[in-house]
Design a protein around this ligand. Structure first.
Ligand SMILES: Nc1nc2c(ncn2[C@@H]2O[C@H](COP(=O)(O)OP(=O)(O)OP(=O)(O)O)[C@@H](O)[C@H]2O)c(=O)[nH]1
Ligand SMILES: [Mg+2]
Length: 174
């Protein structure tokens, strides 16, 4: 059973993240629905500690009604305690994408929204400092209270911070 489930539209960079933080070798490509079945990987954290990450096929609007690869794979993250939402830095509307993802999870099973959530803006190597600052100002408003961060698998930026944040969420006292 995985600790962290990756949630995102197709092409968001989920499998790429899995490939850089674990030894898993998922298929990665620049088209939608590259991943057709879930992949699991073990993330090496500090001091030999580990946690499990699950990469599932991309979720699209209507997934709960069976669009795309839909419903079938959401059950693979149903028991994860933490969901990592991946939204690419070049998305037309980051907030909208987040809301669609959340809505699909809710329609699948409202209890999915009880899980801890972290939003990670992927492919942030495509942003310069100025654009990133502008986006942060917007996201602080859009995501009030929900933790978010920027990272890039390709440029290996923000990965330690991402793992730290996930580890803290997985190990928080309840
Ligand atoms: N610039 C940039 N491109 C990236 C990054 N991470 C992934 N990509 C590219 O984005 C495309 C999609 O990556 P995948 O990891 O296959 O995306 P996915 O979310 O697993 O896609 P599905 O399996 O279709 O749901 C590939 O062309 C990757 O090379 C990144 O950090 N920066
Ligand atoms: Mg994939």
């Amino acid at each position: 059973m995985a600790d962290v489930g990756l949630v995102g539209f197709p092409n968001a960079g989920k499998s790429t993240l899995l490939s850089v933080v674990t030894a898993a070798k998922p298929k990665i490509a620049n088209y939608e629905f590259t991943t057709l079945k879930p992949n699991l990987g073990i993330v090496d954290y500090r001091d030999g500690q580990t946690f499990v990450m699950a990469d599932i096929p991309g979720i699209i609007e209507g997934a709960a009604e069976g669009k795309g690869l839909g419903h079938y794979f959401l059950r693979h993250i149903e028991r994860n305690s933490t969901l990592l939402f991946l939204i690419p830095a070049d998305a037309d509307d980051i907030k909208k994408q987040y809301e669609i993802l959340l809505d699909e999870l809710r329609r699948y099973n409202p209890e999915m929204l009880d899980k801890d959530r972290l939003i990670a803006i992927s492919k942030s190597d495509m942003l310069d400092d100025e654009l990133k600052a502008e986006m942060k100002a917007e996201l602080d408003v859009d995501f009030k209270g929900i933790p978010y961060l920027f990272f890039s698998s390709v440029a290996q930026q923000g990965l330690m911070e991402l793992k730290d944040q996930l580890w803290t969420m997985l190990n928080k006292e309840v």
